[in-house]
Write a protein that binds this ligand. Structure first.
Ligand SMILES: [Zn+2]
Length: 248
């Protein structure tokens, strides 16, 4: 039996019986963890409000085995709020839908329970903080998060240099298979030819150049979102369900 302490973001809270919940978290050290929170659906529970989706919490788990992954789910025995991002996310439709797609994407990329996914965890914390602050369009925060999530999971896209031969950009032909833009010599059938402004936008989102991303015309935002969604879909076996609710 052991006590394990970690901090994490609540991805999901599912009902379990009359008063309990199964909480899914993306944690700093243990990747995805599912744990039981007892009595959280009673009105007086101090746990309940802290274990809502989007919350960044410090949690103590009690596990029968020596690891967090064993036959029976660990129990949450203590929860302290680090940052209650949910408060300013769930009250705004644009932030809420973008945030929900982020949580679902983070869970998909951190599929193996107990396997550390530190970069994915750090990306999620940063994206939720930015989303909650409301300094940028919610769909841009989402697209930046999706491009960076793909990158830390081995699917980094190139939006300037040719993804095949490395020829200096700008290059125009965007290929999902190739993982970015291709030059005229490397182009393959079925490439998209997005506006040059859209490719600049996507590069800015990937590198965190918010000044460029914020000042882009909405039509390029829309075209960029379409390419990001297609690229994400290409690399994930099943699509992200909550993407369809995101306002573009
Ligand atoms: Zn090339």
């Amino acid at each position: 039996m052991s006590l394990i302490r970690d901090d994490g973001v609540v991805l999901r809270a599912q009902k379990l019986g009359e008063a309990d919940r199964i909480i899914t978290l993306l944690t700093r050290q243990h990747g995805k963890v599912r744990a039981v929170a007892r009595g959280v659906r009673k009105t007086k529970s101090k746990f309940g409000a802290r274990l809502e989706p989007f919350s960044h919490v410090d949690v103590q788990f009690f596990s029968r085995g020596s690891e967090l992954i064993s036959r029976s789910l660990p129990l949450c025995t203590q929860v302290e709020t680090i940052a209650p991002y949910g408060g300013s996310i769930v009250t705004d439709y644009g932030r809420y839908t973008a945030g929900t797609a982020m949580l679902e994407t983070a869970e998909r990329f951190a599929e193996n329970e107990g396997e550390p996914a530190v970069q994915q965890y750090l990306l999620l914390i940063g994206a939720l903080r930015t989303l909650a602050a409301g300094a940028h369009e919610s769909h841009l925060v989402l697209d930046a998060f999706l491009l960076r999530s793909l990158a830390v999971n081995g699917y980094g896209a190139s939006f300037t240099d040719c993804a095949k031969c490395g020829l200096d950009g700008p290059n125009r032909f965007f290929s999902l298979q190739a993982g970015g833009v291709l030059c005229a010599d490397c182009r393959v059938p079925g490439c998209a030819v997005p506006s040059p402004e859209t490719l600049v936008l996507l590069g800015a989102l990937l590198s965190g150049d918010w000044r460029t991303a914020d000042s882009c015309e909405p039509r390029y935002w829309r075209e960029g979102s379409g390419l990001v969604a297609a690229y994400l879909q290409w690399h994930l076996e099943r699509g992200i369900r909550s993407m369809r609710y995101v306002e573009k």
